[in-house]
Design a protein around this ligand. Sequence first.
Ligand code: GDP
Length: 233
Amino acid sequence: MASPRKPHPYANAKAANAKPKPNPLARASYLCAAHNPGQLPPDGGAEVAFAGRSNAGKSSALNALVGQNALARVSKTPGRTQQLVFFDVTAGSEGAAAVPPADAKYLVDLPGYGYAKVPQDLQAHWQAFLDGYFGSRMALRGLVVVMDIRHPLKEYDLQMLGYAVRRGLPAHALLTKADKLSRGAVGNAVLAVRRELESSFGDMVSVQAFSGESKQGVDEARAVVMDWLELGR
Ligand code: GDP
């Protein structure tokens, strides 16, 4: 009688090697910061914008999605936050030919307001800049709104969601810092936000729990962004 087969010594190593999926967002690198429409990169490819009130956890979420610790600086001065920051996820290695504008894929970090006091005239400037950006940027494929799961759907969040939905773009709500709540409370918060968004925006906005700290929900959020950018298909 044949003896039971022993597992191949490398079987586990093989399974482990097969598991991690490559993350196309990991190539993200800083491209530029735009303070006015004239500084935007060419409008030819595909991009996903990220919005969130100051301190919501947007930088931590961006860093978790790209799998880098310091792409979006986690602590920022108010001055530095007043710009649209473009991260390029198509940049090749140094010396490689730049991709044509039509193939460019960007993550765009939008300025967040919050308890950072912004003077009235600067508010007006940003309002106009963002109105124009959301209204006319052809490359824009979708909006991610990062909200602290304990304080969701503030005025700023609804304004950003409104910009996207009015333009016919999908939006995705990341309810972050989910590690701060029990599993039951996370589920309740997601349901409550989903219900409210459905009544305001129909099926244009999806919702998930997230944590830059525990990495809960990172794969799900990454899949949404990659789908909008048509990456990894
Ligand atoms: P931003 O202003 O929206 O970019 O927020 P940051 O990413 O800078 O985060 C603001 C603060 O919240 C920092 O102290 C982070 O360490 C913290 N933070 C961000 N994400 C999480 C999270 O998922 N869990 C917890 N517990 N803290 C977080």
